[in-house]
Design a protein around this ligand. Sequence first.
Ligand SMILES: Nc1ncnc2c1ncn2[C@@H]1O[C@H](COP(=O)(O)OP(=O)(O)O)[C@@H](O)[C@H]1O
Ligand SMILES: [Mg+2]
Length: 263
Amino acid sequence: MKIITFSAIKGGVGKTTLTFNYGEWLASHNNNVLFVDLDHQSNLTQTYGIYDSAETVGNIFLGRGKVKIHEIKDNISLIAGDMHLDDIERDLENKTNKNMLLYMWLSDNYDRLNLERFDYIILDSHPDFSTATKNAVIISNAILSPITPSEHGYNAKFNLEERINELQKEAIDYSSRQSYVTAKLFFIANMIKHNTKSSHELLEALKDDPNVLATVPEKELFNRSTLDKTSLSTMALDHKTYINQREFFDNIDKTFQEITNRL
Ligand SMILES: Nc1ncnc2c1ncn2[C@@H]1O[C@H](COP(=O)(O)OP(=O)(O)O)[C@@H](O)[C@H]1O
Ligand SMILES: [Mg+2]
């Protein structure tokens, strides 16, 4: 099993869009995927038409109550986001184990909920480095962080690197002195345009960085995918849609494959 968190300090950079489309792509390639929505705005959860406020991810952080794994369709399951997760996190402020709650929940429930059946657990997060995000980083094998061509897009990269380094020092097992944070941090250049100065500048700044896994173009179909709640993988099954945008679909397929090979 691989655990992957989409994280970025900035909002609107494509975390949810990439979580959704990459997870669906993995599912379409025979992987059993569990999504966990750690954003209290719950955009990913809403993409799957779930508006329940019970048995959500919030219970993992409260340490009580059931947590429901929604079986959405073949190869896709989801633990729903909780609109009060930000309040729940605030109440945890003084708890010493507050960053380890997801880790403990996973080990406590691994057998009972048969979590081993999942090939990937993919977590979407709120744009910050809050308690929920730290919990996600601690259980992850990899962090994928989208960066976009904008004034502060590139700086956000250093900010996240720094935060993860800090957490790595803080979250240690006191007897072995080993850090719980073992995740590798990777970046995805997202919403790249052919013809703008800011896109060129970002690509230039990233070109020799071995941790940049992929470049994803700005394309209306990404927007459509979340609006229509239909992933690119599902869209591409429609012959006419695929033929019309063949080059785009083939490129995205290649990009997602490359990301998977590097993780
Ligand atoms: N590659 C892309 N091309 C075009 N639109 C995109 C792309 N990636 C994301 N978007 C759009 O940008 C907006 C913000 O994306 P979202 O995934 O919600 O960001 P975040 O989760 O980081 O806040 C959404 O409207 C989404 O459809
Ligand atoms: Mg989001």
